[in-house]
Design a protein around this ligand. Structure first.
Ligand code: PLP
Length: 262
């Protein structure tokens, strides 16, 4: 019997439903695949504040991953909040045993309300141990700045330079999410070692929505699970998330993938 394709979600729960595992699972289901999960942390959150964080023991994160992979046909892995160095090391060990499965890592450092979601040393561990094992890493501008030890990029050219620096140092593709930049366009940059950067442009929508990073990285994992190239996966996932944010409305995005200047 053919097994249904699954995406393994390695992430934290968010009691408000605004971000984290519930967002990931909803996204994967909306795109027609099934999920299995490894819970990395349980958080008590409203949409305005983080009240409590309990990180899972590292061995429990690894055990959930191994069991999920044993039980299903896992075709891609999405990693979100992974807040301790121990859990990062254990996750890396599991990934090394399954190097055929593409991994998308959304480096979650803080909630929109500003509360840190990972311990300080975990930033270095993510970069040193986990990122080299991933197919794609999807930082926003503040996360990219923390990962490269720089100030938050003030413009697209510096965002591109920081993305290239990270991409070279971890030998992995980086999608720099420009959602935090100003302007009337949301520009994301796909930076890969030894390739010219690609720009993905969408009109900026008004308002703030939580969990968009979770949705985008999960949607990219779905398209990778379906066998699409990295570039196609990013393009399709961005369209999908834009349509959700636009409330499936009549707004039609002009999709303009070009080589970035930087
Ligand atoms: N809480 C959890 C468990 C998350 O995984 C994330 C992001 O991935 C967040 C909070 C942060 O989301 P937001 O920036 O929407 O607050």
């Amino acid at each position: 019997m053919a097994m249904t394709r699954h995406v393994l979600v390695v992430a934290g729960s968010d009691s408000s439903g605004g971000a984290g595992i519930t967002r990931d699972v909803e996204t994967i289901a909306a795109l027609g695949l099934r999920s299995c999960v490894a819970v990395t942390a349980v958080t008590a959150q409203t949409h305005q504040s983080v009240e409590w964080i309990e990180h899972m023991p590292p061995g429990m994160v690894a055990a959930q991953m191994r069991a999920a992979i044993a039980a299903n046909s896992v075709k891609a892995i999405k990693i979100g909040m992974l807040g301790t160095t121990g859990a990062i090391a254990e996750t890396a060990t599991v990934l090394r045993d399954h190097s055929d499965i593409p991994v998308v890592l959304d480096p979650v450092f803080a909630s929109s309300s500003g509360r840190p979601l990972i311990v300080q040393d975990a930033v270095a561990a993510l970069r040193g141990h986990l990122m080299p094992l991933c197919r794609l890493v999807t930082p926003n501008l503040p996360e990219l700045a923390a990962l490269t030890g720089s100030a938050i990029a003030p413009d697209e050219a510096s965002a591109c330079r920081q993305g290239q620096e990270l991409s070279r140092s971890v030998s992995t593709a980086v999608l720099v999410k420009g959602g935090h930049a100003r302007g009337n366009e949301a520009v994301d940059l796909l930076v890969q070692p030894d390739r010219l950067p690609l720009r993905f442009v969408a009109p900026r929508l008004p308002g703030e929505m939580r969990g968009t990073g979770c949705m985008l990285s999960s949607a990219i994992a779905v398209f990778l699970a379906l066998g699409a190239s990295l570039e196609e996966s990013v393009r399709n996932a961005k369209k999908f998330v834009f349509n959700i944010l636009a409330g499936q409305s009549e707004i039609s995005a002009t999709w303009d993938d070009e080589q970035a200047a930087g």
